[in-house]
Design a protein around this ligand. Structure first.
Ligand SMILES: NC(=O)c1ccc[n+]([C@@H]2O[C@H](COP(=O)([O-])OP(=O)(O)OC[C@H]3O[C@@H](n4cnc5c(N)ncnc54)[C@H](O)[C@@H]3O)[C@@H](O)[C@H]2O)c1
Length: 328
């Protein structure tokens, strides 16, 4: 029997490939498109919960169109900053669709960070006003930073970011570092209400919340809102009063309603994000209020993971590890 080897890719190996937003967003669009067409096998996330408000999720998928297959095993621990560790981290495995053989084990932290922001950037492309100039970002962590970069990439008219975080140091670091990275003016705020006042786009990227933090009535005509905590950051009047509510995955998002993720219950969804990628109109006028709850789908991770794997093979990056040498 042939020996079997796999490629191990650390976060730093992946960073060394220098994959840019254009490619990241394209891989996410490919995944969303397949998902909306139904050409994927993508069972809903399952998980274990070792402490209150934590998760470790399994996320397997087969994308038939791009012939990519794999699984992500990702954890979310909001108190990890106390251990000097990120809230979100884990690994993903890429498998051969021909033989099932594992081809690579790779860090999933970078992939998760960028594909999540890329999904919001795709939402912005289809649902923000074309001349949107300002954004409020609530939560100045990994997603808060990635979102400003990805959204500026698809929305060059973006000039100003209002940032709010409950941790002063996160606010200060964000305001010090992001203007140079994104060429956007960053203004710090000490309350959510002030931060969201008068902007074109609001993104919440905090942690599992027990109460909404966005004030009632904050989503005014023409605005786009997006929440990474399913619906937990948003009040019932906005969830149920917006002209269009979209999600990247109807099944997965609906399953969160039973855990109280949407104030006032599950809203009626206009469509999935992939439908917009496939041609359904998003924003149709400058007065619509649109809200997006993208909960993250494995198709995005594995689509980007396949691209990472191909680049790593091309550039001979990573460590080759033996899985089996011979029959026993
Ligand atoms: N939908 C998806 O696909 C997806 C993917 C990755 C992460 N997420 C979610 O995005 C969120 C952010 O993830 P991250 O990796 O950026 O985490 P992070 O820990 O790096 O950042 C979270 C930030 O939010 C701040 N925060 C917490 N509560 C707040 C509040 N009430 N108001 C303002 N700021 C608050 C924290 O101080 C921290 O700076 C998490 O809820 C995570 O589960 C979603």
């Amino acid at each position: 029997m042939k020996k079997v080897e796999l490629r191990y890719l650390s976060q730093e190996d992946i960073l060394s490939l220098d994959i840019g937003w254009e490619d990241i967003i394209q891989r996410v669009e490919m995944a969303l498109s397949e998902q909306a067409k139904g050409t994927i096998e993508n069972p809903p996330k399952r998980g274990v919960h070792t402490r209150p408000d934590t998760f470790i999720h399994e996320m397997p998928v087969f994308l038939k169109g791009m012939d990519a297959c794999g699984i992500k095993w990702v954890s979310g621990y909001p108190e990890n900053y106390k251990h000097d560790l990120p809230q979100i981290l884990g690994v993903q495995i890429m498998n051969s669709t021909e033989t099932g053989v594992p081809l690579a084990v790779m860090d999933c932290r970078w992939i998760t960070a960028v594909r999540t922001a890329a999904a919001t950037a795709v939402t912005v492309k289809h649902c923000a006003k074309k001349d949107a100039r300002s954004i409020a970002i609530i939560g100045a962590g990994v997603q808060g930073r990635m979102h400003l970069m990805a959204i500026k990439h698809v929305l060059p008219s973006l000039e100003t970011c209002h940032i709010f975080d409950i941790k002063e140091k996160m606010l200060d670091d964000y305001a010090a570092q992001m203007p140079d990275k994104c060429h956007v003016n960053v203004n710090k705020f000490t309350t959510v209400s002030e931060a969201v006042d008068g902007v074109d786009i609001i993104v919440t990227c905090t942690q599992k919340l027990h109460e909404p933090i966005i004030p009632a009535g904050a989503l005014k005509p023409g605005m786009l809102g997006a929440g990474l905590e399913a619906g937990r950051a948003w009040p019932a009047d906005i969830i149920h009063g917006s002209d269009k509510v979209i999600t990247d995955d109807l099944t997965q998002t609906s399953s969160y309603a039973s855990t109280g993720a949407f104030a006032g219950g599950l809203p009626e969804f206009y469509c999935q994000l992939g439908d917009l990628v496939n041609g359904k109109p998003g924003r149709e006028n400058d007065r619509e209020t649109i809200l997006a709850f993208n909960v993250g789908i494995a198709a995005e991770d594995i689509s980007l993971g396949q691209y990472v794997y191909e680049k790593a093979v091309e550039q001979n990056v990573g460590i080759i590890l033996p899985l089996m040498e011979m029959d026993f």
